[in-house]
Design a protein around this ligand. Sequence first.
Ligand code: ASP
Length: 592
Amino acid sequence: MSSTAGSMARPRGLRTAYCGVLGPGDAGRRVSVCGWVARRREHGEHLAFVDVRDHTGIIQCVVDGAADLRSEYVVRITGTVRPRPEGTVNDRLATGEVEIGAEEVEVLSPAEPPPFSLGGRSEAEEPVRLRYRYLDLRTGRMQANLRIRSRVNAAIRRSMDAQGFVEVETPLLWTPTPEGAREFAIPSRLQPGSFYVLPQSPQIAKQLLMVGGVDRYYQIARCMRDEDLRADRQFEFTQLDLEASFVSKEDVWDFVSDAVLAATREATGAEPAPVETMTWDEALDRYGTDKPDLRFAMELVDLGVAVAATGFKAFQAPCVRAIRIAGGGALGRARLDALTNRAKQLGAAGLVWLRVVAAEAGGAELESPVAKFLADEERRAIVTATAAEIGDLLVVVAGERAPTSHVLGQLRLELGQPPVFEPPYRFVWVSDFPMFEGLDDEGSPVAAHHPFTMPHPEDIDLLETDPLAVRSQSYDLVLNGWELGSGSIRVHRADIQRRVFSALGLSKEDAEARFGFLLGAFRYGAPPHGGFAFGIDRLTAILAGEASIRDVIAFPKTQSGADLMAGSPRSLPERQLAELGIRIVKPAGPGR
Ligand code: ASP
């Protein structure tokens, strides 16, 4: 168990020392420790070794063998710290040089045998861990994760405070907002038939705080979205939400960068690289994704110039790109076939692989079933463009720009990406996203970020004529290939906001009915403003070395949205439903 802020606190109450921090320097000290029995071993007829565990670690106590101390009993043991006898020092335990010779043993709570072992990294299956989360939380892994989370939050608060941000709490009982996610509805008892919704983010509230002159707002905010769950997604999650007035996007980036870098330092002790910046276009061209993982190379290389005049049909396409797999020349035929199939599965027409081998005349040559279709100078140009070396493998995909980049970007990840939490921590700002992505079923453009995002100043007049070409003033923060969050410079004028709503297919009446309060506020002097929000669960998971955000949340839900411990969701008594004016038409699945 790592040493933690908690272990630095002065012991109080029933204890005078923490278990995990005792060492040779404490020899001769009379102490009281409190905690759980981690392990008991009999020692001869009259004595027992009892390991006592608290959140700081474990200490061995030598107790009277008659004491009734079993696994997970809560105890207070008072005795004298002493060096362990020669030959019994345990190097694997931080306190392995000492033990407590117990003089008094008190059982504060007996315990039933736990359903799974709490020692070391828990081996139990996740459903069992979640069912008994209060036990799982006692493990070293979860103790460390919750404490990292607490330090991440503290570092973020210090950073925001130092940058002049004001912490404001916004309502949980809120009103629908068009941010793209399905919302949780809360029936109103006093106005039957009416509903609140839980905020998918404090977006509108924070913009109204800007109209209200707050200038710099932040909140470590809980947000709720009724979306399918995944390793990096829960119904409720926590984000650092912030907004500032009279700022540029670079100002917002500075605010957020300061906070995430401070959190990274605090949680890992490592000094992260400064946050990089990249446009959405560049990210797509170089990494084939808007969530680039900068920890490894294998960047996409454009072969457009190298094969500009090719007679090879497969390369006569608007976009021809390659990735270079260092040492990949050794891949056998089965792996190469699998790669080709994977590329097709991802939407490519095909995939061309080229092995880089030594040429007879010296230098490098390409070997491939299709090499004969490429002119000598084309093969040479490909080697030069990709900086390929003998022993490498090149994989090439050709087609339209977006799908070609997407396929290669995905292959790049599958071939080279380390687990997301593996250091280093490479943050990057991706900016200049398109304002809209594709069309919905009714043919209206869909907001790529959310409809409060300000279009790029040069593109505002395209809103009516060519909405899909409008760039937005939005940006994402990406860490090791995971999107941490997004933000934008906002629309602060009612006329532009109306035009964006209208481009989205929202009628004037609808816009007025749903967002009249926001449009109304804009009539009374809204400052230009912008902001951001990023997921603290995701950031903490990466910094704690976890692949799932569930492991950094005290009481998470399962993939199916259930709380296995508290038993939610569950049905409600008839009387309560009646009070809310609700009649269940058809129970949705096996409730409780
Ligand atoms: N409200 C946005 C979100 O939660 C973030 C923002 O634009 O500030 O994703």
